[in-house]
Design a protein around this ligand. Structure first.
Ligand SMILES: Cc1ncc(COP(=O)(O)O)c(C=O)c1O
Length: 408
């Protein structure tokens, strides 16, 4: 038996289901068709279906305000800008996340300071935040990675003590909760992405939720070329840009939002079940979920892989086999963010980052190990399957392990 399977081995697949994403039907098609027929495709004054969706999303999250924009990178950047950071300020970010969490900090002329993740959750480790705080620190961007809530009580306590702004990166976390409160609504602002792979998707798009009227007003202006309420069309107060979404996106988002709650409940239930099923698989540890992480969105179902229990098979070979068995999966990020050329070589283009910042000296041991050896992702659309599918995933994993051991 070959250790490396390929997708040609389809006939032997353990999982027979096909997992489709996005999920849509005639109602979504109708919503977009109506916009097409109306001829009102754009969103010049941020009203109409865009405003309607913003109200719906704010209500869903239980926040006072919501403001849409081009994508989840722009929403994060505008939230940080609107929080009042100044050039040279430091912003604490995790190294195990998508590039945008850190690159938006550079785009605000601020300095991302990487603080390691916790080995049990892969979220920002609150125990390591305070040692990274300097007189220049202004904000923290915790990422609810995979849809698992960060330890927000600890993070908010540190932020209050040091007078820091907290912008939650909730790009993976639509509908997730911490102590029953929606993720994105615990810090000063929360940012979500509607990019194609996300649990709420319109192809592209982003949104910020906040209870802070000043942050809301600023983002509202920044995403619309610095215009202000009651101002003239050619009157610009802030250095914004055109980051508006279209009426098509808003129509689709309103329609898709109707499914979000039900889909989130299914993923959460499947995630808990899969964790039960994997409990006795040696060398495979699902990420730890505290009692406070009341609802996980399972944008990714993540576990820690230990090759010692798989006859030394590398993580990447394991994931290739898992995919060949029909489990939509990924080995995730190849290395922590600070290892990306943009940080190592400081290819920051025109952004004014202080000379003494040097990312070649950064080393976050937990994130390094997660990327190289441990972290395995099962993708969110697979988590929308049935309980039987979860049993099939567990069976596929056991099969790979048994076959690997039999080669020894
Ligand atoms: C954690 C995280 N933050 C921010 C973003 C940026 O979102 P977008 O792709 O909509 O710009 C992503 C996208 O994958 C993400 O995973």
């Amino acid at each position: 038996m070959a250790l490396m399977k390929t997708s040609q081995d389809q006939s032997e697949k353990t999982v027979s289901s096909t997992f489709l994403w996005p999920v849509f039907d005639e109602r979504d098609v109708q919503a977009v068709t109506e916009v097409a027929r109306s001829g009102a495709w754009g969103n010049p004054d941020c009203s109409g279906l865009v405003e309607k969706f913003e109200k719906e999303f704010a209500e869903y999250c239980g926040s006072r305000f919501a403001v849409t924009c081009a994508n989840g990178s722009v929403s994060l950047r505008l939230a940080l800008m609107a929080s009042g950071v100044r050039p040279g300020d430091e912003v604490i970010v995790p190294p195990y996340t998508f590039i945008a969490t850190a690159s938006v900090v550079i785009e605000c002329n601020c300095v991302p300071v990487f603080v390691d993740i916790h080995p049990d959750t892969y979220n920002l480790d609150p125990g390591k935040i305070e040692e990274a705080i300097t007189p220049k620190t202004r904000a923290i961007i915790p990422v609810h990675f995979a849809g698992l809530a960060c330890e927000m009580d600890a993070i908010m306590e540190i932020a209050a003590k040091h007078n820091l702004t907290v912008i939650e990166d909730a790009a993976h976390a639509h509908g997730g909760t911490y102590r029953g409160k929606m993720l994105g609504t615990i810090g000063h602002a929360g940012s979500f992405s509607f990019q194609s792979s996300k649990n709420l998707n319109a192809g592209e798009g982003g949104i910020v939720v906040t209870d802070d009227e000043q942050i809301y007003d600023r983002i509202n202006s920044l995403r619309n070329v610095g215009r202000v309420k009651g101002g003239m069309w050619y009157e610009h107060h802030y250095l914004g840009c055109n980051y508006r979404i279209t009426q098509f996106q808003a129509a689709l988002l309103s329609s898709q939002l109707k499914r979000l709650e039900e889909q989130t409940i299914i993923r959460d239930k499947n995630g808990r079940y899969l964790t039960e099923l994997l409990r006795d698989v040696k060398g495979l540890t699902p990420l730890w979920r505290s009692a406070e992480a009341t609802r996980h969105t399972y944008h990714l179902y993540m576990f820690r892989y230990d090759k010692a229990h798989f006859n030394g098979m590398s993580k990447r070979d394991f994931v290739a086999q898992l995919s060949a068995e029909g489990v939509p999966s990924s080995a995730g990020y190849p290395y922590p963010l600070y290892k990306q050329a943009v940080f190592q070589e400081k290819n920051f283009m025109c952004y004014a980052i202080p000379e003494d910042v040097d990312y070649t000296k950064v080393y976050c041991a937990v994130a390094e190990h997660a990327c190289a050896e441990e972290a395995v992702w099962i993708l969110q659309h697979a988590m929308l399957g049935t309980l039987q599918d979860m049993e099939d995933f567990a069976r596929a994993i056991r099969k790979i392990q048994n076959e690997a051991r039999s080669v020894a």
